[in-house]
Write a protein that binds this ligand. Structure first.
Ligand code: AMP
Ligand code: GLY
Length: 421
C-alpha cells in the first residue's frame, strides 16, 4: 500500500512511524513533512491545504490511501477532492469537519444528539457579550467561533480580561464569540475511528495545554501527554462511546454528512459524568504520539478500512501493556513569539525513546528549528513512572538553545494522583 500523509508536525511523524511498522505498507510520502519525517518518507514540498495540488501529488505517486493530519486541509475540502478523484482518504469531508471548524455547529450537533456539554451562547455584539459576562459566575470561558489552533480560547476568573478577550475576538470581521459555562473536572482526550457508522475508540490520553508547570501561563497546542489514564474508571471509555461518540456519529450520518476519519472528543470528567469541551476532526497533537506508540494492530489496514466503510470488519484493536509519555520541547518564546532557526541536536537515546519532529527543517545538512513545538520526546515502558523518567532522559539528550518544556508531564498520574470527582 502506498500512503501519502499530509502535514508536518510530530503527529504526522508519529503516524508515519506507526505506518512504517505495518508490513502492508510499501511506500510513504509526506507533504510537506519535516526533518524527522524525511527518515521515514519522501517529503514533498506541496501545500497540504491546496486540494488541487494534493490531488496532483496523489496521481504522481500513485497513492492508494491519503491520511490527513491537520484540520486546516480538512476544513478546506482536501479529503473531498481526494475522494472525488477516486482515491481512498482517511479524514472527514469539509462539511463533517465543521464539528471542529465551528464551535456553534458542534453545539447544534450535540444538542440534536443529546450529548452533555457546557451550556453556551453565541454573540456577535461586543456590548451584549460584555453584559452577559458581567451577569455570569466566574471562571469565564470565552471562545472564538472558528479554527484558532488552540489559541482562540480564554479561561480565567478576571472579568475585565474576559471582556477584553471577547472584544478582541469580535473585532475580527465576521467572527462570533461563544461564552460557555465552566466545566470542572480532569480532562480526557478520547480519539475514535469512524467510517461513518462504526465507532472504535482508541486508548484515552491526557494532554497538558498550558505552557508552564502546574498549568501556569497561556494555552498552547499541547506541551505533553500520556496514555492510558490510571485514574480513569474502567467503564469510562465505554460510557463515552455510548453517550458521546456513537450518538454524534449517528447524528452526523442522519444529517447526510457522515463523519469518516478520527473523531477527537475533548472531555471534562465532571461529578455528573463526561461532558464535551470540544470536538476535533483529526488526531490530536501530542496525544497521538502516545496513543500510537502503544498500538500493536497494524495501522495502515485500520485506516484503509475506515476510509472505505469497512471498519466493522476490523477486529478489536490490540494494545501494548504499559504506558507512554511524550514531552514537547518548544522553541524559545513559544507560544507568544517563537524564535526560529536554532540548530537542533539529539544525543544517544535510551531504549524505548523516540524523538518525533515537529518544527524542524534541514539546511546544509544541519537540522534547524522552525519555531513552535520543535520536537516531541516519546517513551514507552512497562509503567507510567518509568515511561515518564525515560521521556525526560530523552529530553536531556535534546540540544536546542532557548528550548523549554514542562517538567511535570504525567507526574501526578504516575504518583497515583487524580480522580474523577
Ligand atoms: P478548546 O480549544 O475548546 O479545546 O479549549 C482549550 C482549553 O480550554 C481546553 O482544553 C480546556 O482546558 C479549556 N476549556 C475550554 N472550554 C472549557 C470549559 N467550558 N470549561 C473549562 N475549561 C474549558
Ligand atoms: N492536543 C490538542 C489538540 O490536538 O487539539
Amino acid at each position: 500500500m502506498k500512503i501519502l500523509v499530509l502535514g508536518g508536525g510530530a503527529r504526522e511523524h508519529a503516524l508515519l512511524l506507526a505506518l512504517s511498522r505495518d508490513p502492508a505498507v510499501t511506500s510513504l510520502t509526506c507533504a510537506p513533512g519535516n526533518a524527522g519525517t524525511a527518515a521515514l518518507a519522501d517529503n514533498c514540498a506541496v501545500d497540504p491545504a491546496d486540494p488541487a495540488a494534493v490531488v496532483a501529488l496523489v496521481a504522481e505517486i500513485g497513492a492508494d490511501l491519503v491520511v490527513v493530519g491537520p484540520e486546516v486541509p480538512l476544513v478546506a475540502g482536501v479529503a473531498d477532492a481526494v475522494r472525488a478523484a477516486g482515491t481512498a482518504c482517511f479524514g472527514p469531508s469539509a462539511e463533517a469537519a465543521r464539528i471542529e471548524g465551528s464551535k456553534s455547529f458542534a453545539k447544534q450537533v450535540m444538542a440534536a444528539a443529546g450529548v452533555a456539554t457546557a451550556a453556551a451562547q453565541v454573540f456577535s455584539s461586543a456590548q451584549q457579550c460584555a453584559e452577559h459576562l458581567r451577569a455570569a459566575p466566574a471562571p469565564y470561558v470565552v471562545k472564538a467561533d472558528g479554527l484558532a489552533a488552540g489559541k482562540g480560547v480564554h479561561v480565567g476568573s478576571d472579568l475585565p480580561t474576559a471582556v477584553a478577550f471577547a472584544r478582541d475576538v469580535l473585532a475580527e470581521p465576521g467572527t462570533t464569540a461563544v461564552i460557555e459555562a465552566y466545566l470542572d473536572g480532569p480532562e480526557v482526550s478520547l480519539f475514535a475511528l469512524s467510517d461513518g457508522t462504526t465507532v472504535v475508540p482508541l486508548l484515552p490520553a491526557q494532554d497538558f495545554k498550558r505552557v508552564g508547570d502546574g498549568d501556569a501561563g497561556p494555552n498552547t497546542g499541547g506541551m505533553g501527554a500520556y496514555a492510558p489514564l490510571p485514574w480513569l474508571p474502567a467503564d469510562a471509555v465505554a460510557r463515552i462511546e455510548r453517550e458521546v461518540l456513537q450518538p454524534v456519529v449517528e447524528e452526523m450520518a442522519r444529517r447526510g454528512t457522515p463523519f469518516q476519519g478520527l473523531l477527537y472528543a475533548g472531555l471534562a470528567m465532571t461529578s455528573t459524568g463526561p461532558q464535551v469541551i470540544e470536538f476535533n476532526c483529526r488526531f490530536g497533537d501530542p496525544e497521538t504520539q502516545v496513543v500510537l506508540a502503544l498500538l500493536e494492530t497494524p495501522l495502515a489496514g485500520v485506516l484503509l478500512a475506515c476510509a472505505t466503510g469497512r471498519l466493522g470488519d476490523v477486529g478489536p484493536l490490540r494494545w501494548r501493556d504499559g504506558a507512554a509519555v511524550t514531552v514537547v520541547v518548544a522553541a524559545e518564546g513559544y507560544p507568544a513569539a517563537p524564535v526560529t532557526g536554532d540548530p537542533l541536536t539529539v544525543g544517544p537515546l535510551p531504549e524505548g525513546v523516540a524523538v518525533l519532529h515537529a518544527g524542524t527543517r534541514v539546511e546544509s545538512g544541519a537540522v534547524l528549528s522552525t519555531g513552535g513545538r520543535v520536537v516531541s520526546v516519546t517513551a514507552v515502558a512497562a509503567s507510567l513512572s518509568t515511561a515518564r523518567d525515560l521521556a525526560y532522559e530523552g529530553v536531556a539528550a535534546v540540544g536546542l538553545r532557548g528550548g523549554h518544556w514542562r517538567t511535570d508531564i504525567a507526574t501526578a498520574a504516575a504518583a497515583g494522583e487524580g480522580a474523577v470527582p
